[in-house]
Each structure stands twice: as C-alpha cells, then as structure tokens.
Design a protein around this ligand. Sequence first.
Ligand code: ADP
Length: 340
Amino acid sequence: MRQFFTARPATFALALVAVVFAVDLALPLGVAAAVPYTFAVLLALAARPGWVGPVVAGLCMVLTVAKVEIVPERGNTEMWKVIVNRCLALFAIGMTTLLGLLRRRAEERARQHEAALARMGRLAVAGELATVLAHELNQPLAAVCLQADVAVHLARDDASPELEAALGEVVEQSRRAAEIVRSIRRTVRRAEPERGPVDLNDASRAVVRFLDWKARRSGVSVQLKLTDPVPPVHGDRVQLEQVIFNLLQNAIEAGARVVRIESAPEGDAVVVRVRDTGPGLPDPGRAFERFFTTKPDGTGLGLAISRGIAEAHGGRLSARNVEGGAEFTLALPAHREERP
Ligand code: ADP
C-alpha cells in the first residue's frame, strides 16, 4: 500500500486535490473542507523534482480562495467565520509546506554528509594503498634502474649496440614506472582536512545514525553514554567521524550483541571509548598493522587509517581486550578557546 503511494506521489497528490476541491464545492462555506488539502501537500512534498510540493501547495491555496468566489453559499455561517475558516486552511497548508520543505532539506543534508563520509572512506583506503605501493615499489624500481644503468655501460664496453639499446629501454621503462607510482600517490593523496571545532558527542551520534540500519540488521544494540557537554576538539569532522565509524562498524562485524560508546573529558583530552561484547581482538598487538585482517573481504586498513587520523590530530587510538569483548579508546586534545 505504501509503495502504491510512494511510486507516484505527484499523481496521487493531484487526484487528492481534485477530490478535496469537489467536496469543498459541494459543501457550504461554513464547513472547514479545505483543511484536507494538507494531506495532498504532504504527498506532493515526497515527489521529485522538488518544485512539485510548493506548486501543489500553491494550487491548494488558490482553490481554497477560489471556492469563496465560485460557490458563495454560506448557509447560516456569518461572513467573519467564513474568512477565519479559510484563513486557517491557508495557514495549515502554508505551515505543512514549510515544515515539509525544512525536513526535506535536513534529509538532503544528512544524505550528503553520509555520501561525504563514504567517499572519504574510499579515498582513505585508496590513499593508504597508494602510499604502501609507492613505498614498496620505489626501492626495487630504483635498484632495477641502477643495475640496468650499469649493464648499459658494460654493453657499451663490449661494443654491443643491440644489447645497449635493449638495456637503455629497461632504464627508460623503469623510470616511467617509478613516475607512474609517484603520480598515483599524488592523485589519491588525502584531501586537505578542513579543520575547526568538532563536538565528539555530535560526531558519535551522527555515526550511530548512519550505522543504525546495519546494527539493527545484525541484531546489535548500540548504547550511547555520552557526557554532555564535552569540550570541543580541533580537527576535521568528517575524518573524526570516519574513526568512530570504523570502530563501530568493526564491533558490529565482530558479532557483538551490545556496543557501548562513551565520551568523557579526561585531563586535557576528550576521550571516546567504543566497547563491545564480541569475541575480542584475535591479536591485539597486530590490530593496527596494515593489511592485518581476519575478514574474508576485509582490507585490513580501517584501523591503520584511523590511528593515522588520530595521530594527525595530535591524539591517539589504542585497543585492548577487556572482560567479554574489545575496547577502543580515542583520545584527542581538548580545544580551548584562546582568551584575548
Ligand atoms: P578490516 O575491518 O578490513 O579487517 P581493520 O583494520 O578495521 O580492517 O581491522 C583489522 C582486524 O582487527 C579485523 O579484521 C578484526 O580481526 C580485528 N578487529 C577490529 N575490531 C574488532 C573488534 N571490535 N572485535 C574483534 N576484532 C576486531
């Protein structure tokens, strides 16, 4: 039934407008028959493109006023009551439209934020892979270059032009390969962080919202025990959300039944702890190692990237096994406003 309405909301909205208008015309002016237009507006606000909602709302308002001109039959109702009645209908339609549009904008923002988080996650993995590749390939490529250079000289001494040409090609191609590795590294380098004050409580709540569907599907209960307020930290909100996101996602994927996210100021730092009731870390010493994973489709980069982000913010990310699960602690320096 719901699908039936959501498939073509604009059509249903217009059909409802026609029905309400017909009923409104049939009834005397004293009856508040224009109020049901608000349901049509609600339906229209779900339609794409975004202008359908406001246009349908405008149409409803015009029809609400037009009825007074088309069928001026008032019954026993005084004129002032008719006017108040119509004004209330206009107000209801207007408010429904306004609230609907505000809600839609908030949803749009949340969607964009979620997309940014996913994009950042993919970029971070690509950046990390490129760093490792550049690092690992640089040395062997440099060695190939050097040895081929030496061989070119030997071939020259032996007066073997074909061998010299072939080795020259090896030098050329290995230099090219080294340049390609460097350019990939430059292309996927992490975007410049946008730094500002970040409330880690807000970040935690946002992450819980993003992963709500995944937690529910896996039968995991996520509990927030936040100390409110905590001092802000200075950093890139999307990156810091990325860290909490990785921790919560790992806990869910580890098969925990309950995950608890706590926040608290501790000394000069703000701490976020993610504790779960899963099987615990298989090897706490290696959890932050690049490419260490126990998942069939894991990259083993999530925790390495998260620790890198924490350290780039002047903080740290640590892990340990506690009674009945794993516990991760993110500690970041609190950002105090400098007083003039
Ligand atoms: P990935 O998720 O791709 O495996 P990560 O770096 O995020 O990469 O995690 C590395 C490994 O650490 C995981 O494969 C898993 O074995 C272990 N791990 C991480 N978080 C938890 C947790 N909450 N409980 C148990 N094991 C965990």
